[in-house]
Design a protein. Structure first.
Length: 119
C-alpha cells in the first residue's frame, strides 16, 4: 500500500477570481485561474491547493482534501469494505492523474488522487 499523505486541499468559493485575489493578498500565493475547468490553483501553499465553484454538491464552507494513493480503485474498495459510501469511482483528470471519492462512515467527503508522475 502506498504512503497515504494529504497532497491537495480544495475549498469552495462563490467567485474564484475574488477568492484567488484574497489568498494572493493575504498569503502572497500566486493563484492561477483555469476558466476552462472552472477552477483556480496554486502550488505556493505547501500542499496542492485549489478553489472550485460553489455548487449543490460543493457548498460554501466545504473543504475537501485529497489523499495520495498509488491505486485509487483498491483504496476505494477498501474504504467501502470498512463502511464508506462510494461517491466518485476512479475517474481521470486529464493531464493530472486519477481520482475517486468516498464519504467516510460519519459523512465526511474524502478524495483520493493518483497523480501522473512528473516527466
Amino acid at each position: 500500500m502506498s504512503d497515504h499523505k494529504v497532497i491537495h486541499i480544495e475549498i469552495s468559493a462563490q467567485n474564484l477570481n475574488d477568492a484567488g485575489k484574497f489568498y494572493t493578498d493575504l498569503f502572497g500565493w500566486e493563484v492561477t485561474q483555469l476558466p476552462e475547468m472552472s477552477y483556480a490553483t496554486t502550488n505556493d501553499a505547501g500542499v496542492g491547493f485549489g478553489l472550485n465553484p460553489v455548487t449543490k454538491e460543493s457548498p460554501a464552507g466545504m473543504i475537501t482534501f485529497y489523499v495520495y494513493t498509488d491505486d485509487v480503485t483498491a483504496t476505494l474498495d477498501k474504504a467501502v469494505s470498512l463502511g464508506a459510501e462510494l461517491v466518485v469511482p476512479k475517474t481521470e483528470i486529464p493531464t493530472v492523474g486519477w481520482f475517486g471519492a468516498f464519504r467516510d462512515p460519519t459523512g465526511n467527503l474524502i478524495s483520493l488522487l493518483s497523480p501522473i508522475p512528473p516527466q
